[in-house]
Design a protein around this ligand. Structure first.
Ligand code: UD1
Ligand code: UDP
Length: 396
């Protein structure tokens, strides 16, 4: 790439809550550097829960699209996004497009950029379960984006190894840590959030939303949570995703129990403070699987696969699957066995040191021939565990 004299115009495309959280520190790092001019495009794939995050993105130029439709189908959402993003990219002609993760917004952002011959940087590249339809459609999306990106920012050595094994050249893969850690440390240091736990009981934080679990599987998970609440010594807090398919499944199972409190999605500072205050996390969320280990909070992953096996190997997460019996047993075991709890509640975090965004922006500066010294230097890289594929839950 030839050296360029004007600031690099980087278009960051995001549309869902986790993309806002994970790209905000990259946008901040770019805005703080004279070498970059960030343009943030929000597709509005999510509406309310993305708007809750927009304060994080008060940097640079912002273009807001309003693409969400109630109960949107993947095919129509994809078609509408590629059309709208193609137009924005054609109009603004950025020097690069940055996408994050595995959502429909990320897939269409990358594809739209490729169609306009704009190079793509992929943040959080290389996570794999090895099961193409789980998580669905995220494993497929992330794999497809790898075929389009010029720069692959892998959060861990394992993710980098997946990319190399798929034929991505070594020179295009950079191990950076996950930007979710950057933002979590930043928001906790800001200290503006409040925990939403209300009692002195054992504090359990629950989130569920995954598409592949919606329906009967999620209903069974709801029943398991209710059985856990029957113990009487836990406060289970559930910031419920806005997705109506999630709400109509979970609300009948979770409401009306004194041990369970269902609330609207929390804004990011409050969610982070709530996570920091909890004793145990039950979740199918990707981002929360990465945040909880940062704070040494034991996580029970309510999924049959995970592309974040590093947390399981670090001992702070357990992949318990989606069977009600397995969920109740795993939670009870942790709540009742102090030694088992203490073993998991270690603050060993495999997802980074809080400097991922700086590394990403420094690497992009180098790629565009600018002087990387204008970006603060990254800290030393994390230790390298041996790479392996994503984990799969043992049958219960
Ligand atoms: C999407 C991502 C998933 C990510 C999740 C984060 C895809 C294919 N999936 O899944 O990877 O883990 O976001 O939360 O991109 N809705 C609202 N208000 C909102 C947000 C959603 O009403 O603020 C409802 C709408 O009816 C929408 C539905 O939720 O149709 C589903 O949203 P969608 O973005 O299609 O998928 P998610 O399951 O949220
Ligand atoms: N989060 C939040 N408020 C909530 C629940 C989650 O701010 O009520 C944040 C959380 O800190 C994490 C992200 O949302 O960074 C995870 O989003 P989600 O679970 O929707 O998506 P996933 O990470 O599974 O793609």
């Amino acid at each position: 790439m030839p050296p360029i004299s004007a600031p690099v115009r980087a278009m960051l495309v995001l549309g869902t809550r986790p993309e806002a959280i994970k790209l905000a520190p990259v946008a901040r790092a770019m805005a703080a550097s004279p070498l970059f001019e960030p343009i943030v495009v929000t597709t509005g794939q999510h509406r309310e829960i993305l708007h809750q995050m927009l304060d994080l993105l008060q940097v640079g130029d912002r273009i807001e699209l309003d693409m969400m439709r109630e109960r949107q189908q993947l095919s129509t959402l994809t078609a509408r996004l590629i059309d709208a993003l193609g137009e924005v990219i054609r109009e603004r002609r950025p020097d690069l497009v940055v996408v994050q993760g595995d959502t429909t917004t990320a897939l269409t952002g990358a594809l739209g950029a490729c169609y306009e011959r704009v190079p793509v940087a992929h943040v959080e590249a290389g996570l794999r379960t090895g099961v193409l339809d789980n998580p669905f459609p995220e494993e497929l999306n992330r794999t497809l984006i790898a075929g389009m990106a010029r720069w692959h920012f892998a959060p861990t050595p394992r993710a980098a190894e997946h990319l190399r094994a798929e034929g991505v050249p070594e020179s295009a893969v950079f191990i950076t840590g996950n930007t979710v850690v950057d933002n979590l440390l930043w928001v906790l240091a800001e200290d503006t959030g409040t925990s939403h736990f209300a009692t002195g009981l054992r504090r359990v934080l629950l989130t569920l939303h995954r598409r592949e679990n919606q329906g009967d599987v999620m209903r069974g998970m709801g029943r398991a949570v209710r059985r856990l609440a029957d113990r009487g010594d836990v406060e289970i807090l559930v910031p419920l995703h806005k997705n109506p398919a999630v709400r109509e499944t979970l609300l009948p199972e979770l409401t009306g129990h004194p041990g369970i409190r269902v609330v609207e999605p929390l804004d990011y500072p409050d969610f982070s403070a709530t996570l920091a205050a909890c004793d145990l996390v039950l979740t199918d969320s990707g981002g929360i699987q990465e945040e909880a280990p940062t704070l040494g909070k034991p996580v029970l992953i309510l999924r049959t696969t995970t592309e974040r096996a590093e947390a399981v190997e670090a001992g702070v997460a357990k992949l318990v699957g989606t069977e009600p019996e397995a969920i109740v047993n795993a939670a009870v075991a942790l709540l009742d066995d102090r030694a088992a709890y203490a073993r998991m509640a270690t603050a060993r975090n495999p997802f980074g040191d809080g400097h991922a965004s700086t590394r990403i922006v420094a690497q992009l500066a180098t790629a565009f021939g600018a002087h990387a010294a204008a970006v603060p230097p990254p800290a030393s890289p994390a230790a390298r565990p041996s790479p392996r594929a994503g984990a799969t839950a043992a049958p219960s």
